[in-house]
Design a protein around this ligand. Structure first.
Ligand SMILES: *Cc1c(COP(=O)(O)O)cnc(C)c1O
Length: 223
C-alpha cells in the first residue's frame, strides 16, 4: 500500500471517530511517528504537507533532523540525562519529560543553549514506569513546580502510553488533564492514541494522536 493510501485510510478513521464522538476533526492533531522509518518515507510525507514527526531515539532523531532542517522532530522516547543536551539541540519539542532531575537539567541546558522547547509531561497512572517511563500522578505537582513556568520550557500538555488492555485508561487521563488544567489555570493538551487505538483515544478527548505503523507501514528494524 502506498503512503497516500495509508494516510487516506487513516484520515477516514479519524473523521469517523470524530463523527462518533461529535468532535471537529480539526481538533485532533495527527503526529506521524517516523521512528525506524527510512528518510525516503519522511521525504514523501513532507511533500504531502506534514512538517512535524515523532521520534523515539535521540540519535536517530538527531540524524533525521540534520537530514531535514526544515522539519520539526518531537521526542517521544525515554530521555536519559546524558542525552538531554543533544535532545534540546535537535528536537523542537520534548514529550517524554517524566522526572524532576530531568526537568532541572533541561532548564539549565535550555538557558545555556538559549533555546525554547515546548515540553509535555509523560504520565504513567498504571505503574508501568519501569517499562515505558512516565511520571506517577503523585509526583506530578513537584515535577510541574520544577518547571517553574520557565518560558524556555513551556508546558504544552500530557502524553501517555496506557496499557492496551485497560479500557478506562483514556478516560482516566482525560480526567487528570481536566483537574490539572483547572488547578494550573492554563490549557493542557492530551497526547494519547496510537495506530491500534486512535478511535478510543479520540472518543475520550485526545488532542493529538501519535501514529506510526498506520501512517508509514511496518517499521524496519536492523537485522
Ligand atoms: C512507536 C510509538 C508510537 C506509534 O506507534 P504505532 O503503534 O506504530 O502507531 C506512538 N507513541 C510512542 C511513544 C511510540 O513509541
Amino acid at each position: 500500500m502506498s503512503l497516500t493510501d495509508r494516510i487516506e485510510g487513516l484520515r477516514t478513521r479519524i473523521v469517523r471517530a470524530c463523527e462518533a464522538a461529535n468532535r471537529d476533526p480539526e481538533g485532533v492533531e495527527l503526529l506521524p511517528v517516523s521512528k525506524k522509518q527510512p528518510l525516503t518515507l519522511i521525504q514523501e510525507a513532507a511533500a504531502l504537507g506534514f512538517t512535524r514527526f515523532g521520534e523515539n531515539y535521540v540519535q536517530e532523531g538527531a540524524d533525521k533532523a540534520a537530514a531535514f532542517p526544515d522539519l520539526a522532530f518531537v521526542l517521544l522516547g525515554p530521555l536519559q540525562r546524558n542525552k538531554a543536551k543533544s535532545a534540546l539541540q535537535h528536537f523542537a519539542e520534548i514529550q517524554s519529560l517524566d522526572r524532576l532531575d530531568l526537568a532541572e537539567r533541561l532548564r539549565r541546558l535550555a538557558e545555556e543553549l538559549a533555546v525554547v522547547r515546548p515540553v509535555w509531561i509523560q504520565v504513567d497512572l498504571w505503574d508501568e514506569a519501569t517499562k515505558l517511563g512516565g511520571c506517577a500522578e503523585a509526583d506530578l505537582p513537584a515535577l510541574i513546580a520544577a518547571l517553574g513556568d520557565d518560558p524556555r520550557l513551556p508546558l504544552r500538555g500530557l502524553m501517555a502510553i496506557p496499557p492496551p488492555e485497560d479500557e478506562g485508561a483514556f478516560a482516566q487521563l482525560a480526567a487528570l488533564r481536566d483537574r490539572l488544567q483547572q488547578d494550573l489555570g492554563c490549557p493542557l493538551r492530551l497526547s494519547m492514541g496510537m495506530s491500534a487505538d486512535l478511535e478510543a483515544a479520540i472518543a475520550a478527548g485526545s488532542d493529538q494522536i501519535r501514529i506510526g505503523t498506520a501512517f508509514f507501514g511496518e517499521r524496519v528494524y536492523a537485522r
